[in-house]
Design a protein around this ligand. Structure first.
Ligand code: MG
Length: 159
């Protein structure tokens, strides 16, 4: 009789522990959900910014002007469909605040058109036609253009 009771008590104890553990796990699960939701909300108000430019010199030129954490992607000219798809996937561009800043020449226009088609949510930044190229545009002009799209710039370049 006693061993049977003891066995029942052990079984009950194991069951109780399992129940406690499962509660603990589900609580932990809920907790982490809440955290991820909070992170999601925070990042939605302050979306990650990605600027697409054509070449390395464009990237270097705007990198020294910009005073916030942005990703700058070089396309190195017009893009094949595969490379474009790769960029979309690699940088998760559908969920980023994307800016297109290309040269005011035929290659630049072609690229802007292609990018705009794939990324309808992208914002466009234009350089003055007289300078044609992003890299050839004076820094104060670039700083003003970037700031007009609410991209923080080093005030040194606004003078
Ligand atoms: Mg060009």
């Amino acid at each position: 009789m006693l061993p049977l009771l003891a066995r029942a008590a052990v079984s009950f104890h194991i069951l109780w522990q399992a129940l406690l553990l499962s509660c603990l796990h589900s609580e932990r699960g809920q907790g982490s959900n809440q955290i991820s939701i909070r992170i999601g909300d925070a990042s939605m108000g302050d979306e990650e910014k990605v600027i697409i430019v054509e070449g390395r010199s464009d990237k270097e030129q705007i990198r020294k002007i910009i005073d916030e954490d942005v990703t700058i992607i070089c396309t190195n000219g017009t893009l094949g469909i595969e490379r474009l798809e790769q960029l979309l996937y690699e940088y998760d561009l559908d969920h980023k605040q994307v800016y297109i800043m290309v040269d005011e020449d035929s290659a630049g226009h072609k690229l802007r058109k292609q990018l705009a088609r794939e990324l309808p949510h992208a914002q466009h930044i234009y350089v003055d036609r007289t300078y044609r190229e992003v890299a050839a545009t004076p820094a104060p002009e670039l700083a003003t253009a970037l700031l007009s799209r609410s991209i923080m710039v080093n005030p040194f370049f606004l003078a």
